[in-house]
Design a protein around this ligand. Sequence first.
Ligand code: HEC
Ligand code: HEC
Ligand code: HEC
Ligand code: HEC
Length: 483
Amino acid sequence: MGGLPKKAQQLETVRGKKSAVLALDSGALLFKDEKLPPDQREQLTATAEGIVAAYNKMSFTAVGVARQDLAAGLPFLLAVQKNSSFPWLSANLLSRTARKPWFKPHTLITAGGMRIAIIGLTDQGSDSLFTEKDNAIIAPWEEILPKEIAQLRDRAEMVILLSSFPAAINRKIAEAHPEIHLILQGGNTPGNIPPERINNTLITQVEAQGKSVGILEVHWNAQSKRWEEPGSENLLEDKKNAMDRLGWQINRYRRQGDPEQTFKDQPEVLEAYNDLLARQKLLEEEIVRLTAEQKARDASHQRLSSYSSHFEPMRKELPDNPAVRAIVDATTSEVNRIGKAAVKARISETTVQQQKGPLGNYVGSTACTNCHAPQFAKWRGTQHATAYDTLEAKGQQFNVQCLPCHITGPAAQTGQEMLALAHDLRQVGCESCHGPARAHTIQPTGAKAGQPTMDTCLRCHTGEHDDRFNFAEALSRLRCGSD
Ligand code: HEC
Ligand code: HEC
Ligand code: HEC
Ligand code: HEC
């Protein structure tokens, strides 16, 4: 949720500049995965509630229900819905018995003087997310969409679909339903995808977890309800430019007098000149034709709809929205409080169990000092050696969503292990990069420590947390191996 204050500020800026702005999200908003580790549930659901509060503050128009949003169970999302000032949309998440939608299937809004219908669809996935008690199924889109569209067709000038189905299925939906003008897909395919047009449907996607904001600017013609041919508005412009170039070339021949006279003894030159004249004539005719076509379209209100899009990465330097910043800060400190309480509860429960732990193959960085003093000294000087302290300074050292990258990496897997980690395994220690090395400390030559590759670093230096990571440059700053 770290990018939300920036996202909010971007949205506010766009709203300041444009008259009708819809803030839409196709889902996978609350959780990254379809299942929550039980020992992280409390922290992750507290974070999810903070995200909803932030979306309320941002006055979101609608959000689609994706499978990930159901990770804490259907009852959790139904409760979240009550606290959401925007509708959660899913036309195909139905009760098993009555086959009634659990969420709003669509919403109808007015923006820019137009009625716009927004429909939600939840990815069916390969297995059921629900328990018997949930009384829920996800129905196929083929069964749901025709009815939805029939119902909305005459009530809306534009139809938008928020879909968490995978890209291939969204293409099929577009082929089957040209009445849907825009599909915003999410939750399944990674990365930003610029608009692609299938018949009369645009499909686009913004990368997951708020790493970017996608801004799609649409000039919609409610009469034609059709997107322009890609580049059609440029065609006339291109022809006019070509005409200018030709005119310039022809003038070069004429500058020395009438070419028919000047080049009468150079038939190839004369031929090239006449060729240019012929092309000029053809181009002239084409420009007349295109201009007439455009005039006719304008006159009959058959103007097509156009769009342009760009993606705005949520870079660190972008300004925060203060109100959403406050929500995020309150949420993260609550999440940290939950983690701290869990640690306290466990310490009073089991003081005996502490030393054993499941971290058997990891020894911690201090164990390396004796034999690798230069590397140890160098490591102490890097930010890796204080990565856990950084969380402490932010009051986030009990947040299981932060810990994986600010401790000795994979030593701890579960939330409980992370929170109860031995002191010497906090910080990004030697074994984050060289792997578990207990055996190596006992038998240095027999059991070798591992050598990190770029993938080792990318586990933590992800695009979301370090969008400028450059392996070669980063290695040269660490200089762990060299003296
Ligand atoms: C377990 C997670 C993790 C792994 C693995 C990891 N890093 Fe880092 N790295 C971090 C964190 C967290 C910080 C920032 C720490 C802070 O500021 O508190 C960081 C900071 C850095 C810095 C800035 C350090 C400085 O002192 O200027 C560099 C350079 C860097 N990492 C390079 C690498 C390289 C190269 C690799 C792989 C060989 C790597 N890291 C592997 C988590 C990791
Ligand atoms: C996927 C790994 C990962 C996770 C999860 C993660 N961090 Fe980091 N963090 C990094 C890396 C890598 C850096 C170093 C980035 C750099 O050098 O620019 C870093 C740097 C930082 C820094 C210092 C630089 C800065 O941006 O101010 C802070 C503070 C920080 N992280 C806090 C957090 C908090 C709080 C959380 C949980 C909400 C968190 N991190 C979760 C990988 C992670
Ligand atoms: C962020 C990742 C990272 C951390 C943390 C790290 N190292 Fe390294 N280490 C490397 C890399 C990468 C190399 C390969 C040499 C190079 O290009 O710097 C290396 C090389 C070494 C070498 C020399 C291997 C050789 O082939 O010469 C030793 C020994 C070593 N590290 C020990 C340690 C010890 C001890 C610690 C902790 C005090 C530590 N490293 C922490 C990344 C790391
Ligand atoms: C008892 C001494 C000793 C301790 C303790 C020790 N090492 Fe080593 N380490 C060595 C020796 C000796 C070598 C050279 C082995 C060789 O060349 O075969 C070595 C080599 C390495 C290398 C280079 C790759 C390899 O295995 O040849 C890395 C990386 C490394 N150690 C990391 C660590 C880390 C991380 C720790 C702490 C967890 C650690 N070492 C603890 C003695 C030690």
